[in-house]
Design a protein around this ligand. Structure first.
Ligand code: RP5
Length: 164
């Protein structure tokens, strides 16, 4: 199976990417994780993106906060699908990163998930890889059903505790 590449602008973004990694583990998808910054280590970020397809990656997830140019910079250097996670930092509630990540110019797409949307980034990457992988598609279906069951259990618990 092709790998998912996870790139974050700083190790301070790790708590969001932990959710991404846990979801990928659950779905048995191999991944590789790096800290590359569009601003602090632009050459390394570029080199990673340029070589990603040849290095066995199928999808790239790029997470960054503040002036979050990482996903766009990665996307500029590969035709692999790139998923951007805008990370919430100290100021502006993540709106800075959301707009920096989502407002890509025509020609260089980034599929942007919600602010701090680590789980959905993993699920979207899985859905992309599952286009060519029936076993993974089945695991995704099973997870969707299991997640729905958990919500229904919560419904039962809330209903029986609070209804009168
Ligand atoms: C961004 O700046 C990183 O992705 C991080 O979200 C933010 C702050 O980075 P640190 O100052 O914590 O390294 O580039």
């Amino acid at each position: 199976m092709k790998k998912v590449g996870i790139i974050m602008g700083s190790d301070s973004d790790l708590p969001i990417l932990e959710k991404t990694m846990n979801t990928l583990r659950e779905l048995e998808i191999p991944f590789e994780v790096h800290v590359y910054s569009a601003h602090r280590t632009p050459e390394q970020a570029k080199e990673f993106a340029c070589n990603a397809r040849a290095n066995g990656f199928g999808v790239l997830i790029a997470a960054a906060g503040m002036a979050a140019h990482l996903a766009g910079a990665i996307a500029a250097n590969t035709t692999l699908p790139v998923i951007g996670i805008p990370c919430k930092s100290t100021y502006l509630d993540g709106m800075d990163a959301l707009l920096s990540t989502v407002m890509m110019p025509s020609g260089i797409p980034v599929a942007t998930v919600a602010i701090n949307g680590g789980v959905n980034a993993a699920l979207l990457s899985a859905q992309i890889l599952a286009l060519g992988d029936e076993a993974l598609a089945k695991r995704l279906e099973n997870k969707r059903s299991a997640d729905a069951r958990k919500v229904l259990e919560k419904d039962q618990a809330v209903c029986s505790k609070y209804s009168q």
